[in-house]
Ligand binder design. Structure first.
Ligand code: XMP
Length: 627
């Protein structure tokens, strides 16, 4: 049974359900996500239901189906995109492939305002992403709005309070989207939800889940695990919580010291710091494939955690863990027995971490998060893991952090991926030349000899980046930004567009083979610290969501004879500042010319860096990180 008075989002896949849930909460209503097939019986206590979008066609025989009895519950229902089409198809209307496929901003015209469009302008812009469309309405429904390519862009049965919208009103590109959602939410009369009550609510949940057990918590250095650890300490008391911070060698400059000091200020002393960097670099030797790197980092975490927990006399050393040669194996061998001890493993997982792993039933696999590698998943399935923040979004975690009294600089530090700099150091044995990648642009340009991850549609792509060169290298123009959108849309071999900020002309690239080494991590750490410093000085650091700094294995002159040689030159830096509200979608942030110039000059002075690029691509089509 769902929480009484909640607004339930039935998840039809894609990445929309969490975005909607987050928006509903920001409107002050409690929201929960459930799989699309949840029986209506379990939804009886809900105040309203929102049916999410999803990547499939409703007439596909394997498409996800909700329980039709939800229409008998007598509560307001809103279908979005796939949800909109599903309502039409099961209530007797008809859905067909659209004559025009609409992707992106589209003008909408309101025909009959009804409840959801009351008081809004007659015409405004919405965000569409669909191939199919509703072509016939079910009995009892009226057309509410139309777009150029879609006659029934919105419909309603005002009496039964059932609504549908083909467009994504949950994304910021849709004008008045939040107002429409708010009108629906208010109609549901839901249980109020306020960030002020987080500490108490999550505290109660922790007490319930942990019972009489104790928690062993891995603290990564990021705000999420720091908040989770602080909260566990507060709720359970220091004697029932032990923290372990594994220094992976892949952390930001001075990160470990900063965390230790923050906890000291709060009187938290039960954090053990283990320097395992040697082990991480050893396991990552000769590893070049991004997903394998990620898995190895996750596995090594678990190995270290087991070793340290044994050493500390915790849990009788009975954690299900990865095989000892985790470094080379894709398949972790979790021990089959469940620990009899009274310990749980704590993690700082938040909502987006679970969705991007395909954590909800219909979401496509996009990438593996280190806190969802096989061995951890097995522990989760066995009920051995507590993730107090797994329902929260970053903005909510930050609220909680302030409530808990964590220092400002730590709370507002940009999110940092679990595998740390490991996903920001591209590794390759040889140049990955693009054979069919180019773009019809008039500015000087070159395709880079590496590939990176992108997200196109609901799936993951692994493609080349195109670098543009200009006479005024640090000056980002509207034309550059336009090209960053159009090039990946029109060239299937490319998913990113960069601007070279360190020189005006196209050089001859020289490839430097490299895997993950301490030298490369140190070099990137310095580069990252320079960027942090310049962004802070310019007052821009807290204005943006994240600023990954990425190291690429090529430059303009040949590197040293071994991959470990970072000082011989031959590497490049990519600057990836983005603005976002939840990391699901993101826009590249054009750094002002002066700031970019100073940053570039300082980066070029680092021994080992030949070139600097600025990534101008939005997400989608590119992901925030490069791997
Ligand atoms: P992408 O690159 O998928 O990133 O656009 C979305 C957000 O997730 C973070 N990220 C990760 N976090 N483990 C994590 O804990 C990971 O493997 C991982 N990969 C990406 C990324 O920094 C961004 O905030």
């Amino acid at each position: 049974m769902v929480h009484p008075g909640s607004i339930v989002i039935l998840d039809f896949g894609g990445q929309y359900a969490h975005l909607i849930a987050n928006r509903v909460r920001r409107l002050g209503a409690y929201s929960e996500i459930r799989v699309a097939e949840t029986p209506a019986e379990e939804l009886k206590t809900a105040a309203g239901i929102i049916l999410s979008g999803g990547p499939q066609s409703v007439y596909d025989p394997n498409s996800p189906q909700a329980d039709r009895k939800i229409f008998d519950l007598n509560i307001p229902i809103l279908g979005l995109c796939y949800g909109h089409q599903w309502i039409a198809s099961v209530l007797g209307g008809r859905v067909a492939p659209g004559k025009t496929k609409e992707y992106g901003s589209t003008p909408l015209e309101v025909m009959k305002p009804g409840h959801l469009f009351k008081g809004l302008p007659k015409k405004f812009t919405v965000w569409m992403s669909h191939g199919d469309e509703v072509v016939e309405l079910p009995l009892g429904f009226d057309q509410s709005a139309a777009s150029f390519g879609c006659k029934y862009a919105a419909f309603a049965d005002e009496e039964r309070k059932i609504f549908g919208a083909q467009f994504h009103l949950e994304v910021t590109h849709t004008e008045h989207g939040m107002e429409i959602l708010e009108k629906f939410v208010m109609l549901c009369e839901p249980t109020p939800w306020s960030v002020e009550s987080f500490e108490e609510r999550i505290g109660n949940q922790i007490k319930k889940e942990v019972g009489q057990k104790k928690v062993f918590m891995l603290v990564s250095g990021g705000v999420d695990s720091t908040v989770a650890f602080t909260l566990l300490n507060k709720v359970l008391g220091a004697e029932r919580v032990v923290g372990l911070l594994v220094d992976t060698g892949l952390m930001r400059k001075n990160e470990v010291r900063m965390i230790q000091e923050a906890f000291k200020e709060l009187g938290i002393t039960n954090l053990h710091v283990e320097d395992a960097s040697e082990e991480f670099f050893r396991n990552l030797k000769d590893i070049y494939e991004p997903e394998q790197k990620r898995k190895i980092i996750g596995q090594t975490f678990l190995d270290v955690q087991r070793r340290v927990s044994e050493k500390m006399g915790l849990a009788g050393g009975q954690w299900p863990v990865a095989s000892s040669n985790a470094g080379k194996s894709h398949k972790p061998q979790a021990t089959s027995h469940v620990p009899s001890d009274q310990w749980l493993l704590g993690q700082g997982t938040i909502y987006p971490d679970t969705i991007e792993t395909g954590g909800t039933k219909h979401a496509d696999h996009i990438k593996t998060h280190h806190n969802r590698v096989d061995a951890v998943q097995k522990m989760i399935d066995a009920g051995l893991v507590i993730e107090p923040l797994k329902e929260l979004y970053k903005d909510e975690v930050r609220h909680l952090a302030e409530e808990l009294g964590l220092p400002h600089a730590l709370v507002w530090r940009h999110p940092f991926p679990g595998p740390g700099l490991g996903v920001r150091i591209l590794c390759a044995q040889k140049a990955d030349e693009a054979h069919h990648a180019d773009a019809p642009v008039h500015t000087p340009h070159a395709v880079l000899p590496v590939r990176s991850v992108g997200v196109q549609g609901d799936g993951r792509t692994y493609r080349h980046a195109l670098a543009l060169f200009s006479d005024r290298p640090c000056h980002i123009t509207d034309e550059h930004l336009r090209l960053a959108t159009t090039i990946p849309n029109t060239n299937p071999a490319l998913n990113r567009v960069l601007l070279c900020t360190s020189r005006p002309d196209v050089p001859v690239f020289t490839f430097t083979p490299g895997y993950l080494t301490r030298e490369r991590a140190d070099l990137l750490r310095e580069a990252d610290a320079i960027v942090h410093d310049e962004m802070t000085k310019a007052g821009l650091y807290e204005k943006i969501w994240q600023f990954p700094v990425v190291l690429l294995p090529f430059g303009t002159r040949s590197g040293g004879p071994t991959s470990a040689s970072a000082t011989a030159g031959g590497q490049s830096i990519v600057l990836r500042p983005i603005v976002s509200t939840d990391a699901m979608t993101a826009n590249a942030m054009p750094v002002p010319e002066k700031v970019l110039q100073v940053m570039t000059d300082r980066l070029c002075q680092l021994d080992g860096i030949d070139l600097v690029f600025m990534d101008l691509t939005n997400k989608p089509p590119a992901t925030i990180e490069w791997e």
